[in-house]
Design a protein around this ligand. Sequence first.
Ligand code: NDP
Ligand code: MG
Length: 390
Amino acid sequence: MKKVSVLGSTGSIGKKTVDLLLKRKEEYQVEALSTHSNFALLAHQAKLLNVKYVAISDERFYKDLKEGLFGTDIKVEVGAEGLANIAALPVDLSVIAVVGIAGLEPVMHIIESGTKAIALANKESIVCGGELLLRKAKEKNVQIIPIDSEHNAIFQVLQNDDRCVEKIILTASGGPFLNYSLEQLRNVTADQALSHPTWNMGKKISIDSATMMNKVLEIIEAHNLFNIGPNRIEAVVHPESIIHGVVVYKDGFNFAVLAETDMAIPISYALSWPERSALSYKLDLTKQKKLTFQEPDHKRFPALKLSMEVLNSSSPHINSIVLSVANEVAVNEFLKSRISFLEIVKVVESTIESFDSYTNINSLSDIINIDLESRVVAKEIIEYKTLVYS
Ligand code: NDP
Ligand code: MG
């Protein structure tokens, strides 16, 4: 039996992972699950999967979770420390489905824990952990299997052949506002931004898809994961979301990975790696009326230029952290209707511009300091509306 843990089991990716684990109970022994605040669902999942440990990072719900697990011998961990404790349990595979930079510390603990592989959905930890995270993973011989569909696709192709790669292409659905004019984008609401045309996802990534900041994070994620220069990573809009990623080889061959738009498929791949498991999703090409592709529009989606700006800057790692954190702050403020949709990217640009820390990144605490500092800068920019208009 493969021993697994799932961090962030109550979210969109987490729930799909738990569904797959429930269907394959004879193959996996689930050691631990975690949530931020959703104690009721966590207790339900923990009992169904008969896990040994759970962690709830929001301490206010500790008592509720304990009550929900009354009569079981499931151990409850609490707070950031509790999450770190379950991350430190060695397993065969740990699924990281936490959202935001909150996923970074657990990932770093997992790398140190003796866990063999990480099935990673949390793109922010790769963006912010950068070279430090990947170096530590290599030192400890921890395999990272990306769940993010584009990276999962590229990972699969590169597993077969990583020689003579010219470039990689990440597809983008274009989000709910693909055909909106700049004028229309000025007044879009959070509810509109949350209704994604092809994917059903958590709130933050849905907003990131709408601004196309998701693709910026994904280009940085791909650069870090596959050690490939920013000039060799391309984003192409493909609204049908059937092709997830393409590897272009120097001899003119292009390997594209096609699958239905359901995250259960890459999650299943990561759970089973290096094997494959049968799933009921079958892509019927004859039912696809057409597959279309277009260049992304930088004018309406100004976030897109940021991946090149950040990765070609003199401090790409620091700027990646600042971008990711400022975006997290801005998305939260947009969801509370405190800033407009178009201001999200302005907050990110302005935070990168105003941030003037020149620390070298040698440890997790350096990253945490940049997180805290850039959070303060982003919040001030929002409060005093000191946005940079480029
Ligand atoms: P959700 O918001 O649906 O779920 C996030 C999970 O993380 C929940 O279990 C949540 O707990 C937990 N969580 C939230 N905040 C914290 C915190 N501060 N500390 C610890 N745990 C926390 O997100 P998604 O499932 O959509 O996304 C998860 C990650 O996967 C993101 O990084 C996203 O970019 C990436 N991803 C997601 C895809 C998707 O289809 N959803 C596709 C590709 C990548 P609670 O339920 O209590 O809030
Ligand atoms: Mg993706």
